[in-house]
Design a protein around this ligand. Structure first.
Ligand code: ADE
Ligand code: ZN
Length: 329
């Protein structure tokens, strides 16, 4: 009954949608040598002990992305798959520093991704917004330089995010970056409370002015923080398959997402890096039905929260909410 509810994908790294088949095809096309003979061997490397072990592979496989066409092919493949999963709007992160640091021009990255996003509604029935995410395990000056270059080039970004290795890289390290983004009229998002402590969630809100928190699951360790997040209805974009794959949570059966929903937190579920963690939005929702007995009411609440927490203009947001209400009646 609720399988075709509209949904907004809000936590998605486009480089994390690079499926093994495309990695191998791009490696061949660009003459990039990889330490894997075939897709099976590459897939066997997808056994992660923590966030860092995933990031090591994630940054390594990105080496196949060289030309605008490569970024376009990756983005198009994601949108085709997302549309089949029921995604009607997607706010897509990319990691500019992961590419410029290995010699790929910023324009190659932005132009390649944007060449597909610009017509995503017409071609795939999915509206899209682009978010530049900054790597918290690199220094702030580099991030400021990349943001300035994006702004100077008039890059079509709606906002910035903060990602990569969390522990030891608190949000406060990026206070100037987020202030510059704010003054440029950009929206602000930060990963916090994935592996890092609840204090990082509070810091992302208080120091960075983050409007949305990616993950945030460790907020549950601090009741006062939960009360604040409930009162402020701060959007938390939770990624259950990612959390299990990176061992932030021992199993899907033990995942707290429905506890979070029942406590009144503004949570929605998302796919993070679906090529690496076992699935897209539809796979995630099916897995939650199986492991946690996700009910159709909870399914509707997740869809509504996703749309409400998006940066969509009010008309499109309200139209999608009305569609959800009509479909769930
Ligand atoms: N970059 C891509 N996926 C990420 C995740 N789950 N956490 C932090 N940085 C990331
Ligand atoms: Zn993420």
């Amino acid at each position: 009954m609720t399988a075709d509810l509209p949904y907004a994908e809000l936590h998605l790294h486009v480089e994390g949608t690079l499926e093994p088949e495309l990695v191998m095809a791009l490696a061949r096309r660009n003459g990039v040598a990889l330490p894997y003979r075939d897709t099976d061997e590459l897939r066997r490397a997808y056994a992660f002990g923590d966030l860092q072990s995933f990031l090591d592979l994630y940054y390594a496989t990105m080496s196949v992305l060289r030309e605008p066409q490569d970024f376009a092919d990756m983005t198009r493949a994601y949108l085709e798959r997302a549309a089949r999963a029921g995604v009607r709007h997607a706010e897509i992160m990319f990691d500019p520093q992961a590419h410029v640091s290995r010699g790929v021009p910023l324009e190659t990255v932005v132009d390649g991704i944007w060449s597909v996003l610009a017509t995503s509604e017409r071609d795939h029935g999915v509206t899209t917004l682009l978010v530049a995410a900054f790597l918290r395990d690199r220094d702030e000056d580099e991030a400021l330089d990349v943001l300035d270059r994006l702004l100077a080039a008039g890059a079509p970004i709606v906002g910035i995010g903060l990602d990569s290795a969390e522990v030891g890289h608190p949000p406060s390290k990026f206070a100037r970056l987020f202030e510059r983004a704010r003054s440029a009229g950009l929206r602000r998002i930060a990963h916090a409370g994935e592996e890092g402590p609840p204090e990082y969630v509070a810091e992302a809100l208080d120091v960075l002015g983050a409007e949305r928190i990616d993950h945030g699951i460790r907020c549950l360790e601090d009741d006062a923080l939960v009360a604040r997040l409930v009162a402020e209805q701060t959007p938390l974009t939770v990624c259950p398959l990612s959390n299990v794959a990176l061992r932030a949570v021992p199993s899907l059966e033990e995942h707290p997402v429905l506890v979070m929903l029942e406590r009144g937190l503004n949570v929605s579920v998302h796919s993070d890096d679906p090529a690496y963690f076992g699935g897209y939005l539809d796979d995630t929702l099916h897995a939650l039905e199986g492991a946690l007995g996700l009910t159709s009411e909870q399914r509707v609440a997740l869809a509504e929260n996703s749309v409400r927490s998006s940066f969509l203009p009010p008309e499109r947001r309200d139209a999608l909410l009305a569609e959800i209400r009509a479909a769930s009646r």
